[in-house]
Write a protein that binds this ligand. Structure first.
Ligand SMILES: Nc1ncnc2c1ncn2[C@@H]1O[C@H](COP(=O)(O)OP(=O)(O)OP(=O)(O)O)[C@@H](O)[C@H]1O
Ligand SMILES: [Mg+2]
Length: 433
């Protein structure tokens, strides 16, 4: 029978297959443990698209949910994992987080709790089931309520929940807010996090941890919103994986499948993925499919990866152009695409022929289509994905000097670039020259 393909490029990784990221996991374990012992610690996870943020957040939730021998933890947290919708407000986040939390703890809640919630008269509406009656219908979070009230109500509900949960064997609450980069423009995230975190602590509710997740520019946004809000979080910036971590991804997935991989095939996959787990998963998935004799060798990889290329085309280069509506956005991406090291704004304006190019950059940046890096990797990677390792210092440097770089920079649009010898003469695109 055909074994199940253990690779999954289309979704965050299941905690069972999670590999690498040992340093980052350490930080999360410490934060969970501190919170569990009554010393609240929040974490902000940032990184480029597909770098593994949600996978790490899901692992954090998994560890938080129950004592895990592998990790030597004894957490039993009530968890709520809310993924933002486009243009969510802070109020929507509060509502979403509470609803998700509610899903996991509903059986632990008593009549007394519901009565208390009824009396609180909150702007955040609860969708709890009480007997057979829903207390409040799910409604759009009030755009008419002010942010200060929503924050206050969010804290009130969290506190009421904790009063209820602490007697039922729980030892903490974890709230994950994923894709926080989708927050509506002008919402003050910094003030929100600072206020929520400080209110909980000052009220003596120190066992609630927030794990905020999003694209690299979030850190700067939070800092710009409220300078001291950065201190609310321990920051985990996800970089590309080291080769040993990528190897671990491959080995962990294959373990127990009855399928093995030759050393040179694995080295090739690891090298081509350049530390980006999404690319690794896609190429491994296709190589696994190409294999017919339970040993993935170089020929399987070459044949599999040719399918991956089509997928990369579709996923990224096609999407990037489709998504950035309007000719000017397209011209900007096209001007940036052949550049290794990005361009200062002035050059970009000349090359793209787009007047007032600066006005288009924030949206491209927000969508994760371009980066504004200080340091640009010049290594050749399959799709030559350029990564900024220190976004905040790049931002801090003079705006004039900023080099805007496409997050995904194919040498020719529509074709990822592979080094000339990548396929040993196989009929695949081989990049320029
Ligand atoms: N530690 C890991 N071990 C194995 N695979 C991983 C790991 N981290 C990420 N992946 C894989 O990489 C891909 C992208 O992961 P994930 O969705 O977590 O990234 P992301 O940063 O949240 O992306 P996005 O910005 O699009 O939300 C997925 O296919 C996932 O399976
Ligand atoms: Mg994600």
């Amino acid at each position: 029978m055909r074994p199940k393909n253990p690779f999954n490029p289309t979704a965050p990784i299941d905690p069972e297959y999670f590999a690498g990221r040992h340093h980052e996991i350490e930080i999360i374990l410490r934060a969970l443990n501190q919170t569990r012992h009554g010393s609240q610690q929040n974490v902000l996870v940032t990184g480029e698209r597909g770098i593994g943020k949600s996978s790490l957040a899901l692992l954090a939730r998994y560890i938080a949910q129950e004592p895990r021998g592998d990790w030597q933890t004894d957490c039993k947290f009530a968890t709520g994992y809310y993924t933002l919708d486009d243009k969510d407000t802070v109020g929507d986040c509060c509502q979403g987080a509470i609803e998700q939390l509610n899903r996991t703890i509903r059986p632990s809640l008593t009549d007394r709790f519901f009565e208390k919630i009824r009396q609180l008269d909150c702007s955040i509406k609860l969708n709890f089931w009480f007997g057979s009656t829903e207390i409040e219908p799910r409604g759009k979070v009030r755009s008419d309520t002010d942010a200060a009230k929503i924050r206050k109500d969010f804290v009130k509900i969290l506190e009421a929940l904790w009063d209820e949960l602490k007697g039922s064997g729980y030892n903490g609450i974890l709230i994950v807010l994923d894709e926080l980069n989708k927050i509506k423009t002008k919402e003050n995230l910094g003030a929100f996090f600072k206020k929520v975190s400080e209110s909980l602590v000052s009220d003596g509710y120190r066992k609630t941890m927030i794990l905020a997740v999003g694209l690299p520019w979030l850190e700067q946004k939070i800092a710009e919103d409220d300078l001291s809000a950065v201190r609310v979080f321990e920051h985990v910036a996800l970089d590309p994986m080291r080769p040993s971590e990528s190897q671990e991804v491959v080995d962990k997935a294959l373990a127990g499948t009855g399928v093995s991989i030759s050393d040179d095939a694995r080295a090739r996959l690891v090298d081509w993925a350049g530390g980006y787990p999404y690319f690794l998963q896609q190429m491994c998935f296709d190589s696994f499919e190409a294999d017919t004799d339970q040993l993935i060798d170089v020929a399987d990889v070459n044949s599999g990866v040719s399918r991956s290329l089509t997928q990369f085309d579709r996923m990224f280069f096609g999407r990037v152009l489709r998504e950035v509506e309007g000719k000017n956005y397209q011209k900007i991406i096209e001007a940036l695409a052949p550049e290794d090291s990005g361009m200062p704004v002035g050059v970009l304006q000349r090359e793209s022929g787009v007047k007032g190019v600066g006005q288009y950059l924030p949206k491209l940046l927000k969508d994760g289509v371009i980066t504004s890096p200080k340091k640009v990797s010049t290594n050749w990677h399959p799709r030559r994905l350029l990564y900024t390792s220190s976004w905040s210092s790049a931002w801090a440097s003079s705006a004039k000097k900023r080099a805007w770089t496409p997050t995904l920079a194919p040498r020719r649009l529509g074709r990822p670039y592979f080094p000339p010898n990548a396929f040993n003469g196989a009929s695949h695109p081989t990049g320029p020259g």
